[in-house]
Design a protein around this ligand. Structure first.
Ligand SMILES: O=C(O)C1=C[C@@H](OP(=O)(O)O)[C@@H](O)[C@H](O)C1
Ligand SMILES: C=C(OP(=O)(O)O)C(=O)O
Length: 424
């Protein structure tokens, strides 16, 4: 066991999900200016902000400032919009663009192009937009529209909640009321986050029955928002305390967070860590060896399943995670990426369509294949705090949501190596 680090207040950047929603809802407030404090500054949110400027908004983000100002504008004309690796950009912005008038093409990286957008295209066609996609319902996606009427439609939420969130956020910008029905939606806490932020920016949205949403064509008003720290990112630092001892506090998070991933701490509690919900933040403390011997459905908080799976070899019995089939459709096939990397470390892991079981055992030296997935890199960096024998084949991929990750984890435990500056 390494030396017990002191109590540590982790400096966690703003939530990507809250930042991107607030950027979009601010951009939808035509002519009005909203202020976002402590937004996430990362590849995903910069790409999202730049995409919005292509769609008529103005985003002022002074270097080093914790305050972004967004002035709304209506999408009009023709634009090619680059979404980089950001799933939320590809799934939210076409709906917003279709409420304007013009011809908009959305493109993304090879990684993003591998992720589905068919449910989005189908919903937009039913609302009257002209939409085309690449084969298999992939990017590039082209949408031509002269604004959308309201109506009544179903949307598929089984692959991702982001399609529902994108449609809901666009709904107040339609010419009439919209009723949306979703039979099954994964990651439901993200839809709840969407509803909460829509209301914060002035929308009237109700859920008269589970999975049925009624939205009035009210448009949006400007609002201010202080962005919570990213609960998915906090999971790595909470898990670090659980596996090396000491305690980590993340200020600005609570049981009432808008982010479902804050519930990851309850999973750590099942594994034996001590969790305290304080007045100013959440604290997780290591409490002896990690306890396994349980099965947990992480379908609603699937971004954090990798954090648990990566430290599960350190537990005293197997850990099974279920409900995570949709995690195969993210930056990587995350069930496959985690299980292959664990096996490369000599750890026994079994998988199915939507589950993984990790067995305890020694971790042998390995190079972790990150698959350009920031969460694979960050999760295995936590395991390495204990083993000290792992390297990442792409440490820089963390910049998608936390450019300063390695520095902050090193500040918690010097056992985490600082990234070697890339020469040239
Ligand atoms: O709406 C959002 O901000 C997100 C929704 C989730 O995706 P799925 O709904 O595809 O699970 C999550 O994995 C992603 O990191 C962010
Ligand atoms: C899946 C993720 O993000 P996105 O869908 O926005 O690419 C993530 O951050 O884990």
């Amino acid at each position: 066991m390494t030396a017990r680090p002191r109590a540590f207040r982790a400096r966690i950047p703003g939530s990507e999900s809250l930042t991107n929603r607030a950027l979009l809802l601010s951009a939808a407030g035509e002519g009005a200016t909203s202020e976002l404090s402590y937004p996430l500054v990362s590849e995903d949110t910069i790409a999202f902000a730049e995409a919005l400027t292509r769609l008529g908004a103005r985003v002022q983000r002074p270097a080093g400032s914790a305050l972004w100002r967004v002035t709304g504008g209506r999408p009009r004309g023709a634009a090619r919009v680059w979404c980089a690796d950001a799933g939320t950009a590809a799934r939210f912005l076409p709906f917003f663009a279709a409420t304007g008038t013009g011809d908009f093409t959305f493109e993304g990286s090879a990684q993003l192009t591998a992720r589905p957008v068919a449910p989005l295209a189908e919903a937009l066609r039913r609302l009257g937009a002209r939409v085309s996609t690449a084969e298999g319902g992939r990017l590039p996606l082209r949408v031509r529209s002269a604004g959308l009427d309201g109506g009544d439609l179903d949307i598929d939420g089984s692959l991702s909640s982001q399609f529902l969130s994108g449609l809901l956020m666009a709904a107040p910008l339609l010419r009439g009321p919209l009723t949306v029905r979703v039979r099954e939606v994964v990651s439901r806490p993200y839809a709840d986050m969407t509803l909460a932020l829509m209301r914060h920016f002035g929308a009237e949205v109700a859920e008269p029955s589970p999975g049925e949403f009624a939205v009035r064509p009210t448009g949006y008003r400007a609002a201010g928002l202080r962005v919570e720290p990213d609960a998915s990112t906090a999971s790595y630092f909470f898990a670090a305390a659980a596996v090396v001892g000491g305690s980590v506090t993340v200020g600005g998070l609570s049981r009432d967070s808008l982010q479902g991933d804050v519930r990851f701490v309850d999973v750590l509690a099942r594994a034996g860590a001590r969790v305290e919900y304080g007045a100013t933040g959440i604290t997780v403390s290591g409490n002896g060896p990690l306890r396994g011997g349980f099965t947990v459905d992480m379908g609603e908080i699937s971004d954090t399943f990798m954090t648990l799976a990566a430290i599960a070899p350190l537990a005293d019995a197997p850990v099974t995670v279920t409900g995570i089939g949709h995690a195969r459709l993210k930056e990587s096939d995350r069930i496959e990426a985690v299980s292959r990397n664990l096996r490369a470390c000599g750890v026994r892991a079994e998988t199915g369509a939507d589950w993984i079981t990790v067995h305890p055992g020694p971790v042998t030296p390995a190079s972790i294949a990150c698959h350009r997935d920031h969460r694979i890199a960050m999760a295995f960096a936590v395991l390495n705090l204990r083993t000290g024998n792992l390297t990442l084949d792409d440490p820089a991929c963390v910049a998608k949501t936390f450019p300063g990750f390695h520095e902050e984890l090193h500040r918690f435990s010097p056992r985490h190596p600082l990234p070697v500056p890339v020469r040239g």
